[in-house]
Design a protein around this ligand. Structure first.
Ligand code: PLP
Length: 433
């Protein structure tokens, strides 16, 4: 495209000095083909690339930007905090205020520790669970992403119970074998696993609203069975709410399902666009962390005043504006606009939604609850639709299995824009499949 010269030149430069030209692999467009766009600015619901071309953004930096880009109150909080010092390596007020807010918002949580990413949060929560229980094994579910720590980069294929097969080179098989991968939506294999080796399992970690391999909304009974089995066998239940925490509401998926985990991890929204993660739990569990207990965990920039200020400003805007209710309403409006056109679309596609998280699932029939139920042609259809939308200045995630996010910066007019572009893009994609 002749109007994206500068973006192409910048990306060429990136490929010479950054692996794949990107700082995180999903950004590389490998799942859809083509080249990533190099952006210059974000403002509200819009991204502007280095050529000055504007896109309506539904990626929201993969989840954090619940208020949209460069929200004035967040920018103000960041500038103000920076002027007073970017890091102290010591306690600061914003950190304590954000901790109080988390503890007051989320059920069953009495203490929280801040880190700098979701990966660190889940990694630390697993270490804590192992330290508390004195057990080594953990259970995760195929299709759930918990960051890229070694023991969590295991997502083995289908099958009733697959013993850990590393998903990434560089993860020792011995290490991965401590992670048992089970299928979502399957209480039987969970119960069978616990009855076999429940006394060795430190924790079950799950995204209660799995949103990293499509949006795989679970049955309440399945999540309840996780709570029951972990309790019965003395294992801990970890809700990874890095996406859902403070996005579905202040009490996250735990509030939505009325199920209280033992430990919870946060990231994305809680940092308001700056690098923040957190893990939290009951006092008796969190007190096992250093300096009071034997489980070590630390971070030079953890709880730094600038990042804490961005998170705090974001959560305060959400609270003050009844943001979560607005986002739910916006999600409903999206559904109203898309449902008829998706039903009439010339190829199979449906909208799956939880609050302000949505997924354009490129298959018909019931919405999948586990990756085993995916249509193998879905990714191809998505690729075609993705590029047609991009040509119409709509920016969705460059993968069929990544979700989209609404923010408080999106207006109903933006949903109309998406609907119009989507109808055309689906028509175009259908001609090319
Ligand atoms: C994004 C994500 C992570 C990892 O967070 P990073 O900040 O990218 O390290 C962990 N768990 C879930 C559920 C996520 O969506």
């Amino acid at each position: 495209m002749s109007d994206s010269e500068a973006s192409k030149e910048w990306f060429q430069r990136a490929t010479r000095c950054i692996p794949g030209g990107v700082s995180s692999p999903v950004r590389a467009f490998r799942a859809v083909g083509g080249e990533p766009i190099v952006f210059a600015r974000g403002n509200g619901p819009e991204l502007t690339d280095v050529d000055g071309r504007r896109f309506l953004d539904f990626v929201g930096s993969w989840g954090p930007l619940i208020l949209g880009h460069a929200h004035p109150e967040v920018v103000e909080a960041v500038c103000d905090a920076s002027r007073h010092g970017t890091t102290f390596g010591a306690p600061c007020r914003a950190e304590i205020e954000l901790a109080e807010l988390v503890v007051d918002s989320y059920p069953g949580i009495e203490a929280v520790r801040f880190v700098s990413s979701g990966t660190e949060a889940t990694m630390s929560a697993i270490r804590l669970a192992r330290g508390v229980t004195g057990r080594d094994r953990i259970i995760k579910f195929a299709g759930c992403y918990h960051g890229h720590a070694d023991h969590l980069l295991v997502a083995a294929g289908s099958g009733l119970t697959t013993f850990g097969q590393p998903d990434s080179a560089g993860v020792p098989a011995n290490f991965a074998s401590l992670t048992q991968v089970l299928d979502l939506d399957d209480e039987d294999s969970l119960e069978a696993t616990f009855s076999r080796e429940g006394d060795q399992i430190a924790a079950v970690i799950v995204e209660p609203v799995p949103a990293n391999h499509g949006l795989l909304v679970q049955r309440r009974e399945f999540l309840e069975s996780l709570r029951e089995q972990t309790r019965k066998y003395g294992a801990l239940l970890i809700f990874d709410e890095v996406i859902s925490g403070f996005r579905l509401g202040p009490d996250g998926a735990a509030g939505r399902y009325e199920i209280t985990p033992d430990l919870v991890t946060f990231g994305k929204v809680i940092g308001g666009g700056l690098p923040v993660g957190a893990f939290a739990g009951r006092r008796d569990l969190m007190d096992v962390l250093a300096p009071d207990g034997p489980v070590y965990q630390a971070g030079t920039l953890s709880g730094n005043p600038v990042a804490m200020a961005a998170g705090l400003a974001t959560l305060r805007v959400l609270e003050a504006s009844n943001g979560w209710r607005q986002l739910e309403r916006l999600g409903h409006e999206l559904e109203i606009r898309l449902r008829p056109l998706l039903e009439a679309a010339p190829l199979p596609v449906q909208l799956v939604r939880q609050g302000s998280i949505f997924w354009l699932c490129m298959q018909g029939g019931p919405a999948p609850r586990s990756p085993q139920q995916f249509d193998p042609n879905a990714a191809d259809r998505y690729r075609l639709m993705f590029h047609s939308l991009l040509e119409r200045d709509i920016y969705l995630a460059p993968s069929a299995f990544e979700v989209g996010f609404l923010s408080l910066a999106h207006q109903e007019s933006h949903l109309d824009e998406l609907a119009v572009a989507l109808e055309q893009a689906l028509g175009e994609a259908a001609e090319n499949v």
